[in-house]
Ligand binder design. Sequence first.
Ligand code: FNR
Length: 388
Amino acid sequence: PPLHTLLNMDDIEAAAKSQVSKKCWAYYFSAADDLISKSYNTEAYRKIHLRPRVFIDVTSCSTATTLLGHPVGTPLYVSPAAMARLAHPDGEAGIARGISRFGAMQLVSHNASMSPEQIVADAKPGQIFGWQIYVQNNRAKSEAMLERITRMRDKYKCIVLTLDAPVPSKREHDEKAALEAAMQFNPNPSPTGGAAAKQTTGSDKPNAAAGSGIGQQMFFGTAADLTWHTTLPWLAKHARGLPIVLKGIQTHEDAYLAARYARAHPGTVQAIILSNHGGRSVDTAPPAVHTLLEIRKYCPEVFDVIEVWVDGGVKRGTDVVKALCLGAKAVGVGRPALWGLGAGGWKGVERVFEIFQDEIVTCMKMLGARNLSELGPHFLNTRMVERD
Ligand code: FNR
C-alpha cells in the first residue's frame, strides 16, 4: 500500500508483515515467553490518562531539545535493534536517512547488519548517533570496535551499554521460525547442531543448534560477568571521553546506583535507558512507565544527575508525551522503525517519524504545552497504573 495511506503504527506493522520474510517477521515480532511484558509496555501507556488544559495559545509548538548536550529536533529516537537489512536492503543507513529530516538521534546496534561507518556515511550535518555494545568475552574484540567508533566521534556521541540481556532469553516465535527452516533443510535436525544448522545460518558457532532462533545465534560470545566496578572503568577508558549510557535499567535501585556512579565518576555514565528490551529479555519485567514512577517516588534526584531515556511499547504520540511528562528526556522506538523499513525502506521510516511527530505536536497542543519544558506530571492522571 502507498505509504501515505498508512495512518498509524498498526497499519505500518501490518504493511511490513505482508512484505518481509517469515523469518524476519518472527525475529522482530518475538519477545520472551508469553509476550506479557511486550504487550504491557503498550498497555501501561494506555492506562495513563491525560489532563488537558484549555485557553492557552498553542499556535506554535516546538519539540526541540538536547540529548547529552547535543541539539535534536525531537525527543523521539531510534532504539538499537539488530539486523535491519532483514527487513529491507536500505538497512540501518536507511533508518538514518528516514529520520534525518526530523533531527532525531539513532542508536546503532552491536549486531547491526551494516558497518558503523556505512550507517553514518550519508548523515546530515548535526545528525547524531550512538553505538550500542554487548561486551564480548574476548575483550580485545570489544576494544577494537570501541576504537573504531571513537574515531567517528563527530557522528557517534555516546556508547550505549546494554545490561538487560546477560544471557539469551526464550523467544518461541523466533525459535519456531528457525526450527521450520531447519526442518525444511533436514527433517531430522540434530539438537546439538549439525550440518543443516551450519548451512542455514552460515555460522560455525558451537551452540548453533538447529532450531535456535536468530536472537540466540547472535548471542554467542557475549559476556555475562559485567559489574559496576569491573566493567565501567574499563569501558570509560575505551570510550575515550564519549558519554556512557546504561540501557536496560528496570528498577529504582539500579537507577539510583547509576546516578551514584555518575556523581562519583564525572564524564562516564551520563544517561540511563529504562527498558525491558521490548519484552524480549525476561517476561513480566516492568514497563518503563513503572520504573519512571518508582524513580519519581523513591529517588527523584536521579533526574537531576543523569538523563533518563525510556523505550518499549511506544505506538502513539500520546505515549511519547506521557513518558516526557513523567521525567523522561527522550523516548525510543525499536520495532516501529524496523516495521517502517519493512513497509517501504527509508521512506517507510520517514513515514513512521512523520506520523509520530504529528501526533506528538497535536497532543502537546491539546494539552496546552508549547515546548517540552512545559510538560510535567500535572498533565497526567496515573492512578490506574499505580494500582498495577
Ligand atoms: C532489539 N533490541 C535491542 N537492544 C539492544 O540493546 N541491542 C540490540 O541489538 C537489540 N536488538 C533488537 C532487535 C529487535 C528486532 C528488537 C525488536 C529489539 C531492543 C531495543 O533496543 C528496544 O529496547 C526495544 O525494541 C523497544 O521496544 P519496542 O519499541 O520495540 O516496543
